[in-house]
Design a binder for this molecule. Sequence first.
Ligand SMILES: Cc1cc2nc3c(=O)[nH]c(=O)nc-3n(C[C@H](O)[C@H](O)[C@H](O)COP(=O)(O)OP(=O)(O)OC[C@H]3O[C@@H](n4cnc5c(N)ncnc54)[C@H](O)[C@@H]3O)c2cc1C
Length: 399
Amino acid sequence: MEHPTHDSQVVVVGAGVAGCQAAYEAAKNDAKVVLLEEHAQVGVPSHCSGVVSLNGLSLLGVELNSTFTQRMIQGAVFNPPKGEPVEVRTKSPVAVIVNRMRFDQYLAKRAVAAGVSLHTKTRVSKFEHHPKGGVGLQVQDGPRYKGEIVIDASGAGSRLPEQAGLRTPDWTQLLPGLQYELAETKKQGDMVELFFGNHRAPGFFAWSIPTGDHSARVGLACRKGNVKKLLDDLVKDYWPKSAVEATKSGSVLVSGPVDKCWSENFLVVGDAAGQVKQTTGGGIVIGGYSGILAGKAAASAAKSPQDQRWKILMQYDQDWRDKFASDLKRMGIAHRVFAGLSDETLNRLFEAVRDYLPEIEEYADMDFQGKIISHMLRKRKFAALLPRVAFDSVKSIFS
Ligand SMILES: Cc1cc2nc3c(=O)[nH]c(=O)nc-3n(C[C@H](O)[C@H](O)[C@H](O)COP(=O)(O)OP(=O)(O)OC[C@H]3O[C@@H](n4cnc5c(N)ncnc54)[C@H](O)[C@@H]3O)c2cc1C
């Protein structure tokens, strides 16, 4: 059977947060937009913990909404490998826990209401330049899509950038992650809890996120070890009487961004571009905001003559880097150093943190962590730890 060809100006691949934002923005800027999603339902399956800063949500142009909001968060409790937890509490709520499936569906509905044509069960397998101009996408056992500009927002593991002549993020830097939705937990508050140490989550960390008064999303990602055993041990130690209602696996991306996010009639955004904080694996805000920039650039480029487009697409790459790149660079260094620390050094680091809590509470920003990292490195107690940190880092390279 001959499949039809769909014509549009902007074709977005992947209806995650980055793709929905890009499609919405392109449609708002008067482009004819198609959004392609491989799954039958947007947001399913979901792998994410759903922690979004309130500042980040506002950067995305999204207001709190009961359809996706699960809980407001007022800080974090850091559990070092040994010793007392360190609590960083803010004066007012700083983040929201979203139901990620509902969040993506909310963004997709908003895009459709703005004129985007959403095609589910549509898995893109190939990107190509059209011989007569513009770009085309092949779909497995389905129609072909033709457009002026393609935005790849298909998440971690995407191969489309290679077909468009770009490098992909280093996909070996995907840490295995696992999460449980726990019910019947002890009373939950308004703090996220993080757990560190080589017996808990070597090279990364574990987390517990309240989703209701007696329910939590508990998970971990790690560089070494058996992720399921590590998570089961954590649950046994902290929530022995809870019930596991659902299990989700997903890989946390810590590669850092690619060096170039555009090529002829092609943009890449979100996890597919490595737009993720390496310290936490969080990518909703960076990917979503970069999606807005990509959508705007694609709409403008689609209506411009071919020889003018490259400037507009290159500007997208410049704009998202102006906003995030310097913080991402510092977060990348912090992640690489942190991943190699011994439990003893981690304990000392958290002890030092305790002495600077008021400053951290005042200046720390969940999305732009570069500033607080640089600020803390100038503190005497942190500076005193640098030789230890350097020793651990070198040792971890050879172990
Ligand atoms: C365990 C875990 C916990 C996390 N917790 C947080 C958190 O608390 N806060 C945070 O900010 N970030 C978190 N993240 C990271 C966050 O989930 C990602 O950074 C974010 O989802 C990236 O958005 P995206 O739109 O780029 O990609 P995705 O959300 O992965 O969306 C990509 C979409 O493209 C579709 N797709 C893929 N291939 C194709 C194809 N060939 N054709 C058509 N469609 C395709 C997929 O089905 C999907 O819908 C977490 C990640 C993991 C693994």
